[in-house]
Design a protein around this ligand. Sequence first.
Ligand SMILES: NC(=O)c1ccc[n+]([C@@H]2O[C@H](COP(=O)([O-])OP(=O)(O)OC[C@H]3O[C@@H](n4cnc5c(N)ncnc54)[C@H](OP(=O)(O)O)[C@@H]3O)[C@@H](O)[C@H]2O)c1
Length: 277
Amino acid sequence: MGEAVGEAAEPPGAGAPAVPLRDLGDGVMMPVLGLGVWQLSAGRETEQAVEWALEAGYRHIDTATFYRNERSVGAALRAGGIPREQLFVTTKWLPLRRDPAAEIGRSLERLGLDYVDLYLIHWPLPGRTGRGWRAFEAIRERGLARAIGVSNYGEERLAGLIAGARRSPAVDQVHFSPLHFPAALLASCRRSGVVLEAYSPLERGRALAHPVIVGIARRLERSPAQVMLRWAVQHDVVVIPKSARRERIAENARIFDFELAPEEMAALDRIDPGAAV
Ligand SMILES: NC(=O)c1ccc[n+]([C@@H]2O[C@H](COP(=O)([O-])OP(=O)(O)OC[C@H]3O[C@@H](n4cnc5c(N)ncnc54)[C@H](OP(=O)(O)O)[C@@H]3O)[C@@H](O)[C@H]2O)c1
């Protein structure tokens, strides 16, 4: 579980190299690049972004009940015509609602899918983790989600969940960027075989002028966004940048044909030597 493997099953879109896959166990392979769709409006904006992502070689979409655009994601995936088994769809349980077993059914209905590839607890709720996780284990056993995981779990909470679980979470999705680098969580996920997934890997667009990032981008003739995404991928972290723009969606996918040198990785690591989740 958690090993990086080299190739994508499907050729990517124009000019973009193949997206590597991570092994989540039980034959579930997760593309290390996905499109995040938080803050894309339901309807045309979401549909178009997903369509452009498929065109650029993305096969992985990250949505959530909270984002209110599952229906549009589903519509765009159907319109894209890519075989279901080549897609990787994540959605998330809104923990404010009581029953994950009922909620997954509603998400699947909105997405128009029989199963999702990854179902996440969107954020931890104090005191409810054990009960919520047992419902997640049952959802996986029923085949409604091929893999199950969590989001916004720090080291301690994650260790507590694993200790009481029949099945460990496959993924922890957390804020992860050179300006928010949870190095200790990354190390503990590696030890426990949990794949770390980066949300806000571009710091929501606010770090693209950082001098260290810009300096490396200039040297490599890449964009600051590509440098930030490549840094996360070289830490074996899955990235799900969001963009509503076709050219940026394509740009964010062109991160598998260059490499950051160890000293460039170290310089980016030093921007934030260790954030708590
Ligand atoms: N689990 C959680 O609690 C959680 C929390 C936050 C996010 N997420 C997930 O993670 C995804 C990504 O995080 P995020 O949306 O917070 O932020 P992000 O991906 O770090 O940044 C998105 C911002 O960067 C801009 N951008 C994208 N590509 C760019 C490029 N190449 N050059 C310049 N600017 C660029 C976008 O603007 P344009 O759209 O105008 O291009 C947008 O404003 C979300 O969509 C969601 O799926 C999960």
